[in-house]
Structure formats: structure tokens, C-alpha cells
Design a protein around this ligand. Structure first.
Ligand code: SF4
Ligand code: SF4
Ligand code: FES
Length: 303
């Protein structure tokens, strides 16, 4: 072998930054009409997203940006010209040529009926969003009378962190989604029973401390009615001392580990009364673990 032959492979210099991900072809644009207004939108959009891009406030109960749509509440329905049934805006994708009506008499009646059925059977006293929809659609749940069947049952207080009051449950499935593959992957809760008897349950309806629950509280974070509530909030409400007008919200970073989750501390009278996380933060998408969600007592423990 000649001494001039290169026998060592010299690698090219290392890139100074990670290579860019392969580019994605932009989604095809389709023509649709919403409430008489023609527009072009990407075909990957849902009707709800298209409505929101126009500033149309479509009501939703079972939909949340950080969860997979399950289409169970039907309060978001819209009318499509030529379609036999109303369609859920939260999960139906736009299609070329769709003529969408978001506020027709049929849509308003359907939304009103959904809200009346919920309002006549469920305690919505801690669900301001649903209350505002009831007002907007001139729904009168009371017209079903005192005899209307209710999902009433005693509040479940079986642990120190949160309480479950299924008298307030609208069966939106959000807690099941958050406990399952959308966030926590613990699958501690599911829907049991059928028809009016359908309800959220642990496996075999065991008390929470005997279930697979790891107390991340992600189910509380997504519950739209207060059926799932911090014990701290439940106790303050019971004592008549819960006062949101006196509360402040402060964003900070969780001190427990290196992940760096954003916490929103809700404080009243200089005490932390509950902890949430913003949905638009990429680290958490609104979800936390037990330490971030419930570990705040050490801050105010003066002993
Ligand atoms: S606290 Fe977490 S693990 Fe327990 S039921 Fe809720 S989401 Fe599931
Ligand atoms: S407990 Fe809350 S989140 Fe779960 S289904 Fe009922 S209303 Fe929805
Ligand atoms: S928000 Fe669309 S079906 Fe519930």
C-alpha cells in the first residue's frame, strides 16, 4: 500500500444545528360558505375551526383543544344544506362546496333542546359556561317540572385531594379522555351503565383510593361543570367563602422536577386555592402530575 493512499475516512463537519424536518405540502384549500359568507379554508380544518376563524362563537361542551373529539353533547351542531341531519361542528371536517348554517331555526332549536335536557336533569350551579348557553338559546329546563328525572346522588368525598359530585355530570367524557390516551394513560375511569343510568365510574365502582387513579387531577382540569373539584374549592364553597372576584391567577414554573411545567396558581386571601396549567403551553397542554396539581400545600405550611 502506498503511503499516500488515504486510509482514514474523514467525516464531513458536524452540522451546527439539527437538520430541518422534511417539509409538509400545504393542505389543499376548499371553498365553503358559512352563514352566507364564502371563504377558502384548508381541507384539514373542522367546521368549528372554520367558524372560529370567522369569529362565530359556536357553543361546545364535550370538545376541548387538548382532547380527541367524542361527539357526545351535540350542542355544537350546525346545518348543512342538502344534509338530512345536523352535524357536529367540532369533529366534522370541511368539504368543498359545503353550505353551512350556524344559526338557523333548526340549529337553535336543537341546541336549546340539548341544553334543556341537561339543565332539567343535572345540577349546573357551578357551570357558568353552560348557564350562559342556556341564556343565549332561551332554554327553559324548568318547564320539565320538578318531576323531571335527575342524576342526583351524594357527593363522593373519599380522598384528600378532590371530590366527585356526579349530580353535576353532563357525561361529556372529557375526564375519561384525559385519564386515558389523550393525556394520562391511566384508564382509571370509564363510562358504565346505559341510557339514563350511564355514569362515570372507577373499575367495579370502587372508591378512588382503591382504584388505578394516580391523582394527577387531569380529569378536574377538563371538567366543564365542576363535577370534579379540588377539595380546597369544595370546602370553601361549602363554607360560603369561595369568591372568584377576590382571586388572582399567577403563572409560575413548577419547582418539583426538571420538566418545567407552567402552573397557574389561583390564590384567594393570600392562599393557593387551586392549580391549573394553560392549554396553550407546549410542555403541558393543560395537563399536570400530582405534584404540580396538588403539591401546593408546602408553600403555605408555616409549621
Ligand atoms: S386524577 Fe388522573 S388518574 Fe385519577 S381519575 Fe383523574 S385523570 Fe385519572
Ligand atoms: S365528570 Fe365532568 S368531565 Fe367527566 S363526564 Fe362528567 S362533566 Fe364531563
Ligand atoms: S362539542 Fe361537538 S359534540 Fe360536543
Amino acid at each position: 500500500m502506498s503511503t499516500e493512499d488515504p486510509i482514514w475516512f474523514t467525516p464531513p463537519p458536524r452540522p451546527s444545528k439539527p437538520p430541518a424536518a422534511p417539509g409538509k405540502a400545504p393542505a389543499k384549500q376548499v371553498d365553503i360558505t358559512i352563514d352566507g359568507k364564502a371563504m377558502k379554508v384548508p381541507e384539514t380544518m373542522t367546521i368549528l375551526e372554520a367558524c372560529r376563524s370567522l369569529g362565530i362563537d359556536t357553543p361546545t361542551l364535550c370538545y376541548l383543544e387538548n382532547l380527541t373529539p367524542v361527539n357526545v353533547c351535540r350542542v355544537c351542531v350546525v346545518e348543512l344544506t342538502g344534509a338530512r341531519t345536523l352535524v357536529p361542528a367540532c369533529s366534522r371536517k370541511v368539504e368543498a362546496g359545503m353550505d353551512i348554517k350556524t344559526d338557523s331555526a333548526r340549529v337553535r332549536l336543537s341546541r336549546k333542546m340539548v341544553l334543556e335536557f341537561l339543565g332539567s336533569s343535572v345540577d349546573l350551579s357551578t357551570a357558568p359556561q353552560v348557564q350562559s348557553y342556556i341564556k343565549r338559546y332561551d332554554a327553559h329546563p324548568e318547564r320539565y317540572g320538578e318531576e323531571a328525572e335527575k342524576v342526583h346522588q351524594p357527593v363522593k368525598v373519599d380522598n384528600d385531594l378532590y371530590v366527585r359530585d356526579y349530580s353535576k355530570c353532563i357525561l361529556c367524557y372529557k375526564c375519561v379522555e384525559a385519564c386515558g390516551s389523550d393525556a394520562q394513560n391511566t384508564f382509571a375511569i370509564a363510562v358504565a351503565g346505559r341510557g339514563f343510568d350511564a355514569h362515570i365510574s372507577t373499575e367495579n365502582d370502587v372508591p378512588l383510593p382503591e382504584s388505578a387513579c394516580v391523582y394527577c387531577g387531569n380529569c378536574i382540569g377538563v371538567c366543564p361543570t365542576g363535577a370534579l373539584m379540588f377539595k380546597s374549592e369544595h370546602e370553601l364553597r361549602k363554607a360560603g367563602a369561595w369568591d372568584e372576584s377576590k382571586q388572582k391567577q399567577t403563572d409560575t414554573i413548577c419547582p418539583y422536577c426538571g420538566v418545567g411545567c407552567t402552573l397557574t396558581l389561583h390564590t384567594q386571601d393570600n392562599r393557593i386555592v387551586k392549580v391549573t396549567s394553560p392549554m396553550d403551553v407546549s410542555v403541558t397542554h393543560g395537563h399536570l402530575c400530582i405534584k404540580g396539581r396538588f403539591g401546593f400545600e408546602f408553600v403555605q405550611n408555616r409549621d
